[in-house]
Design a protein around this ligand. Structure first.
Ligand code: PEP
Ligand code: MN
Length: 353
């Protein structure tokens, strides 16, 4: 159920409706929009007993939401969600493309700094890197743990890049939320519902990667889990799904971008690195992702990919990332987007082609 408030409804009226919803034993999620505020109701096992809600001051109408997802849906909020960061220019979901780049895993301070220097110079606003790695083999490099998080905090201090890193369980989530700017939930955990709920209780934005065999609806439901706990800063990430194709590691499903955008107000970025698994396909698929309307890219870059402790095959050399950015800067304006770098002012960064 969705309560649509009148355009001129006051904050007190919105608050009163929320309180009434909560007193009925449900959870209220007020979603302010440009035109009006809608209040999503969750926590109901069956039809919401709407009682006198419809008669309350400021209420325009009550709408039954028939889709399984509510808070991620454009029914609740029509305008695109823009994830913002206090004291920074960087956004995810705005007109400017969010460029996230960095190594698969943080291996050392020197490695992280070397990569950060290059991706920052090339125009990334976000630095990625795993401190906790969900590896197929228990004998593969598992990440540096908290030491990796400390290194990323140093990267942020030095280059002003916002940090995105994965939490693989409740324990690592505690630490990741203390150090990082965005909590990543990996493909393997997209249906780890208790982890999604824990991320939903965090104050930090959450990037949810699509599970390897997740349908569009399952993907949106994962985001719904996070939002249902009150965290509305969710970013979706397409990273490829398993198919019979064996020329790539995964099949990057770019058709999900317009499909998500039709149903949801949440931003969606594309990971062409895990999506293809092959360095030579990362730049072409990045171009395609921007052209199809993605809100950003998350790309693996390594200063010495041949010696990388994980995912070297799909990691770009820094020079290749420069070239990727040059190409993306040309495509972005065609689809009404801009690309800026750290320290650049957005106003004067409208890219000339
Ligand atoms: C990653 O981004 O480092 C990662 C492990 O990705 P995914 O969860 O998409 O496999
Ligand atoms: Mn990786």
């Amino acid at each position: 159920m969705l309560v649509v408030m009148q355009a001129h409804a006051t904050e007190e009226q919105v608050r009163a409706v929320c309180e009434r919803i909560e007193s009925l034993g449900y959870r209220a999620h007020a979603m302010p929009g440009a035109q009006r505020t809608a209040i999503g109701i969750t926590g109901n096992r069956s039809e919401v007993e709407a009682g006198t809600l419809e008669e309350m001051p400021g209420v325009q109408e009550l709408i039954r939401v028939t889709k399984p997802y509510k808070l991620v849906s454009r029914d609740v909020k029509d305008e695109n969600t823009v994830v913002r960061f206090a004291g920074a220019d960087a956004t995810i979901g705005g007109r400017n493309l969010a460029i996230i780049a960095g190594p698969c895993a943080i291996e050392s301070l020197d490695q992280a700094m070397a990569v950060a220097e290059r991706v920052s110079r090339a125009g990334a606003q976000f630095f990625r890197g795993g401190a906790y790695k969900p590896r197929t083999s228990p004998y593969s490099f598992q990440g540096l743990g908290e030491e990796g998080l400390r290194i990323m905090a140093e990267v942020r201090d030095k280059y002003g890049l916002k940090i995105i890193t994965e939490a693989i369980d409740h324990e690592s989530l505690e630490l990741v939320e203390a150090y990082a700017d965005v909590i990543q939930i990996g493909a393997r955990n997209m249906q780890n519902f208790s982890l999604l709920k824990r991320a939903g209780r965090s104050k930090k934005p959450v990037l949810v990667k699509r599970g390897m065999s997740a349908t569009l609806e399952e993907f949106l439901m994962a985001a719904e889990y996070v939002m249902s706990e009150g965290n509305y800063n969710v970013i979706l990430c397409e990273r490829g799904v398993r198919t019979f194709a064996d020329h790539t590691r995964n099949t990057l499903d770019l058709s999900i971008i317009p499909a998500v955008q039709r149903l949801s107000h949440l931003p969606i970025v594309v990971d062409p690195s895990h999506g293809t698994g092959k360095r030579n396909k990362v730049t072409p698929l990045s171009r395609a992702a921007v052209a199809v309307g993605a809100d950003g890219l998350i790309v693996e870059v390594h200063n010495d990919p041949d010696k990388a402790l994980s995912d070297g095959m799909q990691s770009l050399y820094p020079d290749q990332f420069d070239e990727l950015m040059a190409q993306v800067r040309q495509i972005a304006p065609v689809v009404g987007r801009t690309v800026v770098g750290v320290g650049e002012h957005r106003q004067d960064s409208a890219i000339a082609v």
